[in-house]
Design a protein around this ligand. Structure first.
Ligand SMILES: C[S@@+](CC[C@H](N)C(=O)[O-])C[C@H]1O[C@@H](n2cnc3c(N)ncnc32)[C@H](O)[C@@H]1O
Length: 273
């Protein structure tokens, strides 16, 4: 377990994931109380004065987002959440998915975040401590989430692995499809990096083979996918997406690629299955 999200917190991929997470959460909440399950929760809050200074990924991501003056509504919603995390101003701290969700829980909503790495789990526990309806659980999120989803029909699941293990694509696809088979009313969002197209296409084929049904694919390609050794973009793949998700993804991926991308950057948003 070498992965440390603190190097990547607030990068373009977090912005795509978190802007859409906020929108998808609001859609589910509009239909009644929701249980949010986060298979790979991370620490919940990141101090951008640490590892992020060396990686400079937040500088190219959230710093530019906060400095921009043309934010469409879904990007503005993320900017507001980041501003709330930094009440003294500036962008010192960046909220991860656990904190973004926990701050938005309403009466009857619940959040459960799974985290495998014990030191990261301890940080997550501290971040979630003030939120009675939010819990941090140790252990493997892939193994535990299906039972939770089936026990809480209509849940909203985020699967956000580090993709440092060779079986992460398979496990993410199989877990997402199994949740939909166990509860067709669940919504599942899976984040993946975009390096080369065959890896991503293989992931989509595996999802379809598992019976995932109708899937929204939201791709933000920051540069042409010519070097498969680097993260050239990212995608959020949403199973059983809410009404309006295509427009929401187009707004988010379009803004991120246009404002933060290199020459040849583009957004691709489409429905598969
Ligand atoms: C990309 S980070 C999560 C970021 C978080 N979802 C967010 O948006 O703020 C991935 C996290 O998953 C953890 N992890 C890796 N494998 C795991 C597994 N099988 N089950 C649960 N957590 C895992 C890593 O320790 C890491 O903290």
């Amino acid at each position: 377990m070498n992965y440390r999200h603190s190097f990547h917190a607030g990068n373009f991929a977090d912005l795509v994931k978190h802007a859409l997470l906020l929108w998808l959460l609001a859609q589910r909440q509009a239909t009644g109380p929701v249980t949010v399950l986060d298979t790979h929760a991370g620490a919940g809050l990141y101090d951008l004065a640490g590892d992020a200074v060396r990686s400079r990924e937040a500088e190219a991501g959230i710093d530019r987002l906060m400095a921009s003056d043309d934010r469409p509504p879904l990007i503005e919603a993320l900017a507001q959440a980041v501003a709330e995390t930094n009440p003294g101003g500036g962008v010192r701290y960046y909220p991860g998915s656990p904190l973004l969700v926990a701050c938005r829980l309403r009466s009857g909503d619940r959040y459960v975040g799974f985290e495998l790495n014990p030191p990261v789990l301890a940080l997550l526990g501290e971040v979630l401590e003030p939120f009675a309806a939010a819990a941090a659980r140790g252990g493997d999120g892939y193994d535990q989430v299906l039972a939770e989803a089936v026990a809480n029909p209509g849940s909203f699941v985020l699967i956000d692995p580090p993709f440092e293990q060779p079986d992460d694509y398979h496990r993410a696809a199989d877990t997402a499809a199994a949740i939909l088979r166990g509860d067709p009313t669940a919504t599942v969002a899976v984040w993946t990096p975009l390096k080369d197209m065959e890896t991503f296409d293989g992931f989509l084929r595996r999802l379809a083979g598992g019976g995932a049904g109708r899937v929204l694919v939201a791709e933000a390609r920051l540069r042409p996918l010519t070097n498969p050794m680097t993260m050239n973009g990212c995608a959020l793949v949403v199973l059983n997406p809410s009404e309006g998700a295509e427009a929401a993804a187009t707004e988010v991926c379009g803004w991120v690629t246009a404002r933060l991308g290199q020459a040849g950057a583009r957004a691709e948003v489409w429905i598969s299955g």
